[in-house]
Design a protein. Structure first.
Length: 256
């Protein structure tokens, strides 16, 4: 089912997270280039707790890694650095907190935007977590999400974007906001100095994907006016395509 996105922005509930959690680890980020390291470190920390991410979104660790990446991306793009990510645990659940230092801006569930404008990270958090909220103090604001405890395992690979001679866009490894500029260039057909709209995406070697790719799909559709063909989309990408409202813009193909 697609995420229920309202016509206008909607306030995120202001509240402190539940009490009784113990801090497991924390990370400080200064740019989107550090998102891949965050996910790897977070995955290892969850593995040390007996639960590590897989390519499925059925397990809690994968949900935590995805939402940590989404909320950290929001904080890096719309807040003031540094961005702080904290993972807590108590019996039966995890607490994820992402903080930045722009206390003047209130986090909201983004209303309907122009295709590709982004702003759906909090919708994903609401969809995949048990509860979500935010609070602020004198110097920072924090968005938090609570997740049920659950186990599993896997490791990841740095992301890359390339365009084959036949115009197929090949995505490999972890695809996140650090690749936004490159993806925008490709979406607008800017490859080797001449226009070549990207209508086919090979995602068969993707190990992590967040809403950055959904924005890429939307921009590609707007640039070309044609449906985007995605080959070998992993389960996570199929989920994002469905819930973030771009399913009508793509054809999902298992094999080339």
């Amino acid at each position: 089912m697609p995420i229920d996105v309202t016509e206008t922005d909607d306030d995120l509930p202001m509240a402190r997270p539940p009490a009784g959690y113990t801090l497991l680890d924390e990370w400080t980020l200064g740019s989107a280039d550090e998102l891949a390291s965050l996910r790897s470190d977070l995955g290892r920390r969850l593995e040390a707790e007996g639960a590590s991410p897989t390519e499925s979104l059925d397990d809690t660790p994968s949900k935590i890694v995805l939402i940590a990446s989404e909320l950290a991306t929001n904080a890096l793009h719309h807040g003031l650095p540094p961005t702080l990510v904290r993972l807590h645990r108590r019996a039966g659940s995890y607490l994820l907190e992402v903080a930045d230092h722009d206390v003047a801006v209130t986090p909201v569930f983004a209303g309907r935007r122009v295709l590709g404008a982004g702003g759906l990270g909090l919708h994903l958090a609401r969809e995949l977590s048990l509860d979500v909220g935010w609070f602020a103090d004198a110097s920072s604001k924090t968005v938090w999400a609570v997740f049920d405890e659950a186990p599993d395992a896997a490791m990841r690979q740095a992301g890359s974007v390339s365009v084959r001679d036949d115009g197929v866009v090949v995505l490999v490894g972890e695809i996140d906001a650090a690749l936004s500029e490159r993806l925008e260039d490709v979406a607008h057909g800017a490859e080797d100095g001449h226009l070549r709209p990207a209508l086919t995406i090979d995602a068969s070697d993707v190990t992590f994907v967040d809403s950055t790719v959904v924005r890429f799909i939307a921009l590609t559709y707007r640039s070309s006016g044609e449906r985007v063909r995605i080959v070998g989309a992993p389960e996570r990408l199929r989920f994002l395509v469905e819930v973030m409202g771009v399913r009508d813009l793509v054809d999902l193909v298992d094999q080339p």
